[in-house]
Ligand binder design. Structure first.
Ligand code: PHE
Length: 346
């Protein structure tokens, strides 16, 4: 009796019926009224009393084992066959996939590029980790001059292969690319240079430690302030519509002379006054001016022969006015509720 029970436990545990047919064979062999387990119960009845007590429990456990295995396999078979017989209509259109969309700053940058490309400007790029010369000295910032503090700088240390360290910085504006262009190619130069810039500023609704600019540069014979004005007038009207007003305010940059800041009539309050335009009706979007003769000289261009204009535009500002965004932090928080609003804007 004992051996027979052990034998059956092993058989049942190693059984692996495949398909409904084999499962039925299993049932007949072990569980049915004529199966091996019922047979053992019959034999049990004929045994003396102590033996009955000894084998009753293991025999019942054997029965339970066989039955639970059987229901387990049966359930498995049922679920796989119901999946196979699922009524799938292969002609139905697929569930639409969620598509990502471009960041508002990317949309604006691309629009800016489009407008200037039509005027014959090419697009150039430059490094974000820069040396002092390209970011400051070549741009006519004197050594130790307070003008360098107009832009709070992040300095980084670069270790050369020989172990010597060199002071580098995260560029504070895209004007470094102007210098690289003018040292690398001869006029005429007509290019815009979009990119990310960094300043050591506390983060608030109106300031951030990184943001984006588009630099513009046009150097050729006889380029004058009127060209700068006309180019930016054209830009403002293309970007914001024909009714947009633009204003030039005298300003100072070491690398341009004369210099001007460019304001756009506030599109959020239509000039009536709101917190974005600080109740003035105007929003500043760019700094600009005629390239300083010293800068041309530093880059190997003769200022007697060539003149040029330059501007640096804040992409965040341009985007704020374009989509009425009133907090700079929204651009870098990755809040999908904000970002998804731009999915339909092309
Ligand atoms: N680089 C200046 C800034 O970041 C902007 C500027 C660019 C001004 C080119 C004049 C000419 O503020």
């Amino acid at each position: 009796m004992e051996n027979r029970i052990i034998e059956l436990v092993q058989e049942i545990q190693s059984a692996n019926p495949n398909g409904q047919g084999e499962l039925e064979v299993f049932r007949l062999k072990y569980i049915s009224k004529k199966g091996s387990i019922s047979e053992l119960f019959e034999t049990l009845k004929t045994l003396p009393k102590e033996e009955k007590q000894r084998f009753g429990k293991p025999l019942n456990e054997l029965k339970q084992l066989a039955e639970s295995k059987f229901t387990e396999w049966q359930e498995k078979l049922e679920s796989s066959s119901s999946a196979a017989s699922l009524d799938i209509d292969f002609t139905l259109p697929p569930v639409p996939e969620k598509q990502g969309n471009q960041h508002p700053l990317t949309l604006t940058r691309n629009r800016i590029i489009e407008i200037f490309e039509r005027l014959g400007f090419s697009v150039a790029d430059g490094p974000e980790i820069e040396d002092d010369w390209h970011n400051f000295s070549a741009l006519n910032f004197p050594e130790n001059h307070p003008a360098r503090e107009m832009q709070d700088t992040f300095f980084v240390e670069k270790k050369g292969q020989d172990g010597a360290s060199q002071d580098m910085l995260l560029r504070t504006h895209t004007s470094n690319v102007q210098v690289r262009m003018m040292t690398n190619q001869k006029p005429p130069i007509r290019a815009i240079m979009p990119g990310r810039v960094y300043r050591n500023e506390a983060i608030s609704a109106r300031a951030h430690c990184f943001f984006h600019q588009v630099e513009g540069l046009y150097v050729d014979r006889n380029v004058g302030f009127a060209d700068l004005k006309q180019t930016l007038y054209h830009f403002a009207k293309e970007m914001y519509g024909q009714d947009t007003k633009i204003r030039f305010r005298p300003s100072f940059f070491p690398f341009t002379e004369p210099s001007a800041e460019i304001d756009i009539s506030c599109l959020i309050c239509k000039g009536k006054g709101c917190n974005v335009c600080k109740y003035s009706g105007w929003v500043e979007i760019a700094g600009s001016g005629m390239v300083h003769p010293n800068v041309l000289r530093h880059c190997g261009i003769d200022p007697e022969e060539f003149t040029g204009f330059a501007f640096g535009m804040g992409i965040e500002r341009v985007t704020m006015l374009r989509y009425q965004v009133n907090d700079l932090r929204l651009y870098s928080e990755n809040d999908l509720r904000f970002l998804r609003q731009f999915s339909t804007v092309v």
